[in-house]
Design a binder for this molecule. Structure first.
Ligand code: PLP
Length: 427
């Protein structure tokens, strides 16, 4: 199941019509494609059978695309949410996602977050052995408890997430068994195991190896702590091909590889049914979002620049990670790539560039461009530095209608945390 890279789903004329109502820049997401993708993902793991009637579940990582309309679509497709802060828990609640449809994975967690997670009945995933006591004091020990495992040197890590040994997250090999023993003593009755050791990973085998490490640990936990786990959460981190020549993860291959390890380690040791869940964000919505922007200025200095009405406040990844995002110039899809440009925003930082030395068709002010794969960790990473404001988000519905699912910020939003009356009195 290797999917093709999605093409921008609207024509230039359709976008020009939309711009009359919604001035650029904006992100637009393709609901039909997101739904189809969600179904493909869940189907690939349809062999998973957990306790009761439970099967495979993805808890969508809210941080990837924290928009309630998107969460509602994903809820409709059977997904839960992975939340990591109080506002993310509140957002899930507003969408009606509660109870064990919420996984709460945080670190350095404040009291109020544990209290809210417990109140929602979320699955609480503890990041540290000391958090057992902390949770007990601030919210009480829930019936279901999960621990985040850091495999240390057992797992190499990848470029974005780094080496597990250097990571602040999770319980070490020495701590994890002890944690289950303590939690059991304190009254927890149902248990999960979690890890998150990948980010934007495209290697199929990486996920199978993670599953093997977790399943081996499930066996160890059972032997040493007398705990039969209900689920393993393999985390998120399934990558997407940002570059045209990259190959997407083959979900069927990954799933079959995991099944082999499951049969070998879980079934043989009579530890089934063990539910497998994940918390992917990027691979669910990432390929089906685009940042649409208009060219303001084309300038020539020591290099040639295309200046957009979007900036890194709307999409941080290129500036932050040097990440590649493909660019389509609408109406010039078939034009020869004759010009080398840096495609920039208007923020006063020289790394405010969506592309560097990118070969593109010749461009003029007024051209409209679509920056690809902005459906995850795109809008969400926005910020207001330099008085730049976050853009609107639109949704292309399966029938072809386009609806606004978040308005663009205005200067009033920028000033919303300031008290100008107090400023008047301030001498
Ligand atoms: C704990 C946790 N789970 C899930 C995710 C989602 O990762 P991705 O969007 O790459 O699948 C992240 C991303 O940072 C994370 O920190």
């Amino acid at each position: 199941m290797v999917e093709k890279k999605p093409v921008f789903p609207l024509s230039k004329t359709q976008v020009q019509e939309l711009i009359k109502k919604y001035p650029t820049p904006w992100h637009i997401y393709d609901e039909g494609a997101i739904r189809e993708n969600a179904r493909r993902f869940i189907k690939a793991f349809s062999w998973v059978k957990g306790p009761g009637n439970s099967g495979f579940k993805n808890f969508f990582a809210v941080k990837a695309l924290p928009n309630p309309f998107i969460l509602k679509v994903l809820k409709d497709e059977g997904m839960g949410t992975d939340c990591s802060s109080l506002p993310e828990l509140l957002l899930a609640e507003k969408v009606g996602i509660t109870g064990e449809n919420v996984m709460f994975t945080s670190n350095d967690t404040p009291t109020e977050e544990f209290v809210k997670a417990k109140q929602l009945g979320a699955i609480i995933n503890l990041d540290d052995i000391t958090h057992i006591d902390f949770l007990e004091k601030c919210a009480g020990i829930p019936e279901m408890l999960c621990f985040r495992y850091n495999p240390g040197s057992l797992k190499q890590g990848n470029v974005i997430i780094g080496k597990p040994e250097e990571a602040k997250y999770g319980l070490t090999n020495d701590q994890i068994i002890e944690a289950y023993k303590i939690a059991k003593k304190k009254g927890a009755k149902r248990f999960g195991l979690h890890t998150m050791v990948a980010s934007n990973e495209l290697n199929n085998d990486y996920f199978v190896e993670t599953a093997r490490i977790l399943f081996e640990l499930v066996v160890e936990i059972n032997k040493q702590a007398g705990v039969k786990l209900e689920f393993v959460n393999m985390g998120g981190g399934i990558g997407i091909p940002y570059k045209p020549d990259q190959v997407p993860v083959d979900l069927n291959k990954v799933s079959q590889g995991i099944k082999k390890e499951y049969d070998r380690l879980i079934v043989v040791n009579k530890l089934d049914p063990l539910r497998i869940v994940m918390e992917c964000g990027r691979m669910i919505t990432g390929p089906f979002g685009w940042l649409v922007a208009t060219v303001r200025h084309v300038t020539k200095k020591y290099k040639d620049y295309v200046g957009l009405d979007a900036c890194m406040a709307n999409l941080m990844r290129p500036a932050m990670y040097g990440a590649y995002h493909h660019i389509t110039v609408l109406g010039k899809e078939k034009a020869p790539l004759t010009h080398k440009y840096d495609v920039t925003g208007s923020l006063c930082e020289n790394n405010d560039k969506f592309a560097i030395d990118r070969m593109l068709p010749e461009m003029v002010p007024g051209d409209i461009i679509a920056i690809h794969e902005t459906g995850a960790h795109g809008y969400a990473m926005g910020f207001q530095y330099n008085g730049k404001l976050r853009s609107a988000e639109l949704l292309l519905r399966p029938g072809g209608a386009v609806v606004k699912i978040r308005r663009a910020e205005t200067p009033d939003d920028y000033f919303g945390t300031l008290d100008f009356k107090e400023l008047g009195k301030f001498k």
